[in-house]
Design a binder for this molecule. Sequence first.
Ligand code: CU
Length: 586
Amino acid sequence: MRAFSYILLGLLALTTIHAKRVVYDMNVTYIENVNPDGLKARRVIGINNQWPIPPVVVDYGDTLVMNVHNSLDNPTTLHAHGQFQNGTNWMDGPSGVTQCPIPPNYDFTYEFNITQNGTYWMHSHYGSQYMDGFRMPFIINNPEEPYKYDEDVTITLSDWYHDESEVGLATFLSVYNPTGAEPVPQSALINDNRNTSFEFVPGKTYRLRIINMASFATFYFDIDGHDMDIIECDGVYTERTTVQSLFLTTAQRFSVLVTAKNSTGFNYYMHADMDTVMFDTIPEDLNPNATAPIYYDRKHNNFAPERHIGMASTFDEQVDVIPLEKEAAAPYDHQINLTIDFQVTNDGINRGMFNYIPFIAPKVPSLHTLFSTGEYAMSEEVYGPLSRAFVLKHNDMVEIVLNNLDANNHPFHLHGHVFQMVGRGEGVYDGNTSNVEWFNDNPPRRDTLRVADGGFSIIRFRADNPGVWIFHCHIDWHLESGLAALMIEAPDVVQNTMKLPQAFMDVCEAGNNPATGNAAGKEGLDLKGAPSGIGMPYDGFTAKGKGAMAACIICALIGMASIIWYAFNDPVNTARERMGRPPSRG
Ligand SMILES: [Cu+2]
């Protein structure tokens, strides 16, 4: 009996540890005159009149409740980056994908169970709002932490713009920007500041949780005089791997353990450098590098010699990330080929696209379409011509081949999953395995990867999370321009086992958005009114037309050649020269 009571008590204790409800009330507000780089004050989006927005912190097993009130004059949503949301797909947040946006002056609650450990972040998934500051760390503490450390420190890296993102978007997505040059940030920030500092106590071990919350820039990260042991990558524990430096694309995270020196004789600098290769231009007054002192002793100013590695980093996210829990690459059941490219589409705008179709969100959020269209939900067509929808069978192993034809790296993020990074190579993947570097034994698993310019990456994930998950470039400019696709997992399972909460129907109605039907808000496959028609310019020339064009080009070339010949063999001046007169200026 006594043993039984102890077990009962133990169980009770467990339930109290693991079933806590953590409630955050979040009033999303504009805040005027915020000046994180000391160069220009501007309006930002904060929560409860606070910016930087404090981290959301929970324990594994908790239920997180976020009561959002939208005090902006625009709609909004909130996305918890890296959360699987298994069974709660509607809580994922991307506007037009899983939900209608929250209209101004409206209350909306996000609630979900915490089933993962590690380092995450949250951000608006409506338009380009997160560039304006609506983003914050999201830390999940593990009561059974496999690694030992003394202190937990969160470090955010971000790029900062002096203009609001609407201004940047207007110039970026414009017919006057045919090359698709992205606005270049004005500053690099550590913990949303240029004056951040840290303190180390001799002998202590620190867990640094590094989060790239930038909207564009990849960051290189290193600390003078200190190596770092990677222990976590995007919420996945890794083998303890020592590196001198790291890079993180936007949305990527690492936890590293750093053991402090035994002496306080020196202080050290932490370096976070933006990858300037990504920028089309580098303004003269841009300092792409942020530094933050780590003080062992604030009373002196002896800084250790620099070991600033920055962009010379040899860190390799495919090699240096070794999941602690081993998982071999699984053979795939279903393959998706995605070509990444940027081209001027028939509306005159340079857009990022998968397979030459830009993503433009449908009128009805795709998850609502899934719930409300019966058998049509199994067809890709019903989600709309510009939704890039792929319907996946429950529990299939899905392989995505990403061929990057663009001259820049791109960070791709899959909602609702971590994926295996099974292969990479240069050029275009043609199924010929000879040019692929495979990682079959225990490939890195994470939720965001960098696909190299002019190269390819191959990732795999199990379609074991029924619902609608967006897969997109996490450079916010590129998501806005169309570099996204939808993974529609097991619509039949969703319809048979889940029910969309009423609050998600209500929020559509409150914003005057249709809540049911296909991408156009209609029945069946009548898609008139859904976003459509944007794509590569029509190549309408006939063979005859192309022949005429070729003839024109040849005529023009002959014309130009005769002008050049005439210029070099100027008959008038040759004659004047022969007569000993100066050349004519006519
Ligand atoms: Cu991109």
